[in-house]
Design a protein. Structure first.
Length: 299
């Protein structure tokens, strides 16, 4: 689950889904790329309509998969009568920003367009992801209605792409500040590890070294789209994260709370937790996330 390793060099183990009776795998939500597929999971019984947890995997924008072990916490939602939709999206080796954001929006619209056939409640959709997936969850939460970050040609343009709740674990936000924040926390950066380098995940995603394209970095920063009327957010980060500095989430949450009110934003710092730390996936912490989703989607 470590985002420092590109796909192929560090294989993320698969999720355990054999026990889930009601599922449908590799359904296309768009047709531009083979990556544009999703997996569907339903609770063991009932006909819904079920609120939806959309799982968005991490992997430094260049790895990970909708069916890897990152899905396991989200699948706990099945026990609380959520349907779970796990998505793939175009990685940086295939397409540059904003393609991956456009893919997430297309997947959300697909869920709404097919809600009746697949027992989904189109009025109750949450996004949940870690690291790069946390970034995409934040972008889905803040950027509904921003034309530059959408591609209606991917399908179902008549459907809205907004979501009702956002859960983000250890997400990057402001790419240009990451190295300085890591240094401030005592994590010295090398040319190989620096986010400002030409081969960093962020530079590969945006197509050039991020220091050379500050305006593109601004467009890719979810802080840019913070405004009144956004859904509630639940954000957690570890203060020992040496990959994505915790200040990314701290600053984002503070700006969110200033616009939405503190009651709409939960920010928690997990002490001594590193990037993708097991502390995020303990039963106690997953229960806390699901309690948040219940409070928003089932109130």
């Amino acid at each position: 689950m470590n985002d420092k390793h590109p796909q192929g060099l560090f294989r993320i183990p698969p999720a355990r889904i054999e026990h889930i009776e009601r599922k449908m795998l590799d359904v296309a939500y768009a047709t531009v790329s083979p990556a544009q597929k999703l997996d569907l999971y339903w609770p063991a019984s009932g006909n819904g309509p079920f609120p939806v947890i959309m799982s968005i995997h991490g992997g430094a924008f260049k790895g990970g998969d909708k069916r890897d072990i990152q899905l396991m916490p989200m699948l706990e939602g099945l026990q609380r009568d959520y349907a779970v939709v796990s998505i793939n999206y175009r990685l940086s080796s295939e397409a540059r920003f904003p393609a991956l954001v456009q893919d997430v929006k297309a997947a959300i619209r697909w869920v709404r367009a097919n809600a009746e056939n697949f027992l989904f409640d189109p009025t109750r959709i949450a996004v949940w992801g870690g690291s790069a997936g946390g970034y995409l969850a934040l972008m889905a939460g803040v950027s509904a209605g921003i034309p530059e970050l959408d591609d209606p040609a991917l399908g179902n343009p008549e459907q809205p792409e907004n979501v009702q709740a956002v859960v983000a674990w250890f997400p990057p936000t402001n790419f240009l500040q990451m190295d300085a924040q890591l240094e401030a926390s005592g994590f010295a950066q090398t040319p190989e590890s620096a986010h400002s380098g030409p081969e960093s995940p962020e530079s590969l995603l945006l197509g050039q070294p991020i220091t050379q394209i500050p305006e593109v970095v601004r467009i890719a920063n979810p802080e840019t789209y913070i405004r009144p009327g956004l859904p509630p957010f639940f954000i957690q980060h570890g203060n020992a994260d040496d990959t994505v500095p915790y200040q990314q989430s701290l600053n984002f949450a503070a700006k969110l709370a200033a616009q939405l009110g503190p009651q709409q934003v939960i920010y928690e710092l997990l002490l001594n937790a590193r990037h993708a730390d097991p502390a995020f996936e303990t039963p106690q912490n997953v229960k806390k996330v699901l309690n948040f989703l219940d409070s928003v989607l089932k109130a």
